[in-house]
Design a protein around this ligand. Structure first.
Ligand code: ZN
Length: 566
């Protein structure tokens, strides 16, 4: 009987559905697959942690109405436990904190200010949040807490256990004076000492706060420390310390928050789309980079610059939408999609920047970048020998006066190593990325800006370094470099052995694989182009390619060798 009813109901439903299909315009197949697609993965972005962890963190609804309290599960999905209608709340480590200058701090000021104490009166455990809230509502300073999975009604916040005990007795509250564990987080209404919620589940889970949608159903956007964010927040007292603040949001909302800080929203859409795919791939490849702090990536340039929502950057959202879910892979694996501002004319092989050989990071001459003004088309730095000595010594190298520099170059003409020789004849050699950054100095306010530079004496009188090709890798458009021997035979230079050349200045030894002359001078000229690490995509190059009419896939295929995009 039951079964029959169900079948009839199903049949009625099917007929209705058929009628609806006939009457209504059926959405296209493409739209259907879009709505049925997998939810985007969530990503955890560290905003404050380690040295920057906070005593208290304020939140303010921009678009939205109130917050849910709860925690994030192992899949970073939010589990709601309680709700507040307050639009301005502050999460505090459960210490005695004073509200001074717009934030809560442990330093007690001279003047009278709102203070949130870490001693509370706890009543008997309750079955649910509702019953706990009912029991707490008897007291004007009552609130609820979730401690190790159990609900409690609470009253008050005091700065000492004695105060809490006295208050409980005087107010006739049938509870116990206590303080939370060193993982406990207290939520208050900002600017006040009014406690809204307390969360203390040890090391199991930590407090999550999810802003709620506005009455009109708009997506919530929340102010935090002068910036606006999509998604929720998590507050963890790592090792019992202050608050590590993590923004947990959809991957594509994160990518939207990266693009405008890595590339100007005024740039062509195809360049922004290339940036979106590179940023998304970088995020996927580097998930869990900061797992020791409990998040995936940080919001600084250490990972990728991310500063929340950039309002009005619709073109960035379009770039993310039009590439949604697309990543760059090599052999089925996410690539390390590194990118830099400007390659200055050539990128470089990964092993000549860092040690690892990555087949998709192959250096190549960049014919596009020069179509746009990068601001780094050419730069020059003059260093005196004394300055170089001082810089090396200040970085802990116990050299005596530097008397000469011997640079070596890659086949693409980027710097590979710098050998500094001091007055005692000791060599101090820096290669790869280190060669490009060793002369960075805040004291002299100068630095080489990429790995694409050459070294001469200050007058430029000594010739630039000699580049030597291997037959399979043309340099400067030449297939190879040839020498004419004394006996008249012509021979191509190969990649092993050494060759001795006699220069007008004397006898200098040059190794085959791209070494340069030793330069002895009082002042050295470093002439280069580009800004950044010369690996992967040049952002200015992407801009140029887009302006030349190429699409984002062509841009990515140019800068990442042998990859797939999808
Ligand atoms: Zn980072």
């Amino acid at each position: 009987m039951e079964k029959k009813k169900r079948i009839i109901a199903w049949m009625q439903g099917a007929v209705l559905l058929l009628l609806l299909c006939l009457l209504l315009v059926i959405p296209s197949a493409a739209e259907e697959t879009e709505t049925a697609s997998e939810p985007l993965p969530k990503i955890r972005i560290g905003l404050y942690w380690g040295e920057t962890e906070l005593d208290g963190a304020n939140l303010l609804n921009d678009v939205g109405s109130g917050y849910d309290f709860g925690y994030f599960d192992a899949d970073n999905e939010f589990v709601a436990l309680a709700h507040t209608e307050e639009t301005a709340i502050s999460m505090l480590k459960d210490w005695s904190l004073y509200y001074v200058g717009g934030q809560y701090t442990s330093e007690k000021p001279e003047t009278e200010v709102p203070v949130v104490g870490c001693y509370h009166i706890r009543l008997d455990a309750c079955e649910s949040a509702e019953t706990a809230a009912e029991a707490a509502s008897v007291y004007e300073d009552g609130y609820i807490g979730y401690m190790d999975g159990v609900w409690y009604p609470f009253a008050g916040s005091y700065t000492s256990l004695e105060q809490a005990e006295t208050a409980a007795a005087e107010r006739g509250i049938p509870g116990t004076a206590m303080t939370g564990s060193n993982r406990c987080v207290t939520v208050v209404a900002t600017k006040t000492q009014k406690v809204l919620f307390q969360y203390d589940c040890g090391t199991e889970t930590t407090l999550g706060v999810m802003p709620c949608a506005s009455e009109t159903g708009e997506r919530p956007i929340t102010w935090f420390k002068g910036r606006e964010y999509y998604g929720g927040f998590r507050y963890t007292r790592l090792n019992g310390g202050s608050l590590t603040v993590v923004n947990i949001l959809d991957l594509d909302d994160y990518v939207c928050g990266v693009i405008p800080y890595e590339m100007s929203p005024s740039w062509p859409l195809e360049a922004l789309k290339a940036q979106a795919v590179a940023a998304r791939t970088y995020a996927m490849e580097n998930m869990g980079r900061h797992r020791s702090y409990g998040f995936d990536l940080c919001g600084t340039v250490d990972c990728q610059a991310y500063l929340g929502v950039w309002k009005g950057a619709e073109v960035c959202e379009q770039a993310v939408r039009e590439t949604s879910g697309e990543c760059i892979t090599y052999d089925g694996e996410y690539i390390n999609a590194v990118y830099a501002s400007s390659d200055g004319g050539a990128t470089e092989d990964s092993e000549k920047v860092f040690q690892e050989v990555l087949p998709y990071l192959r250096g190549k001459i960049d014919p596009y970048e020069s179509y746009v003004n990068t601001g780094y088309d050419s730069w020059e730095m003059i260093y005196t020998a004394e300055q170089i000595t001082d810089i090396l010594q200040s970085k802990g190298y116990r050299c005596s006066d530097i008397v000469s520099i011997t640079p070596t170059y890659t086949k693409l003409g980027n710097i590979y190593s710098l050998k500094f020789t001091d007055s005692r004849g000791v060599n101090w050699t820096f290669s790869r990325e280190r060669a490009g950054s060793i002369l960075y100095s805040t004291k002299y306010d100068k630095s080489t800006k990429s790995q694409r530079f050459t070294v001469t004496d200050a007058d430029g009188k000594q010739a630039n370094a000699v580049y030597i090709n291997s037959p399979e890798t043309p340099v400067n458009g030449e297939e190879s470099v040839y020498v004419l021997s004394g006996s008249g035979t012509v021979q191509a230079l190969n990649t092993d052995g050494a060759v001795t050349v006699l220069s007008a200045a004397g006898r200098e030894t040059i190794s085959w694989n791209g070494s340069g002359e030793t330069i002895r001078a009082q002042r050295y000229r470093f002439s280069g182009s580009g800004f950044g690490h010369n690996l992967g995509m040049s952002q200015y190059g992407a801009k140029a390619m887009a302006e030349l009419g190429m699409n984002y896939k062509e841009i990515l295929h140019f800068y990442y060798t042998g990859v797939e995009i999808g």
